[in-house]
Design a protein around this ligand. Structure first.
Ligand SMILES: Nc1nc2nc(S)n(CCO)c2c(=O)[nH]1
Length: 158
């Protein structure tokens, strides 16, 4: 049994329906059990700014799927829910990002774990902290609160 944390995001209405539908579909997979869900957070877009606000959340799953099989399951749900990759980093109906998989630190050509931008995304770190405050990053050894402090220090200095 593996433990994974998945970040979900949507900024095309009906945003919360897309979040719940994605979780429903993940739970329908017999090899995936959704153990915990964060609150849903309304967040300003980062990266590509010319788009609507996102709803973001993080879920904890227990799964017998491998990391690549879990990625495949997430990508299938994104496709089913109409995710178009028209504009890179642009608006999307649903996004499912694998943030952590056990304490793996792995860079495959299709999947990097932990998610490479995890440490710089408050829209992921805040919901992750809500459901798993004691997680230590397998890469840096940092706690989530350390990474959140780093982000706020960077923002104060910018
Ligand atoms: N607030 C916020 N900004 C974002 N920019 C991108 S790209 N994304 C998509 C992340 O995969 C988001 C997001 O989910 N939330």
């Amino acid at each position: 049994m593996n433990v994974a944390y998945i970040g979900l995001g949507s900024n095309i209405e009906p945003r919360s329906n897309y979040l719940h539908d994605a979780i429903q579909r993940l739970s329908a997979n017999k090899q995936v059990e959704v153990i915990n869900k964060s609150s849903i957070y309304e967040t300003e877009p980062v990266g590509y700014l010319e788009q609507d606000h996102f709803l973001n959340m993080v879920i904890e799953v227990h799964t017998s799927l491998s990391n690549l099989e879990l990625l495949e399951a997430c990508q299938q749900i994104e496709e089913t829910l109409g995710r178009e990759r028209t504009i890179e980093n642009g608006p999307r109906t649903i996004d499912l990002d694998i943030l952590l998989y056990n304490s793996e630190n792995r860079a495959l050509d299709t999947l990097r774990i932990p998610h490479p931008r995890l440490h710089e995304r408050a829209f992921v770190l805040v919901p992750l902290y809500e459901i798993a405050p004691h997680i230590v990053m397998p890469t840096s050894g940092k706690l989530i609160e350390d990474m959140l402090n780093d982000i706020s220090k960077k923002e104060m200095n910018s």
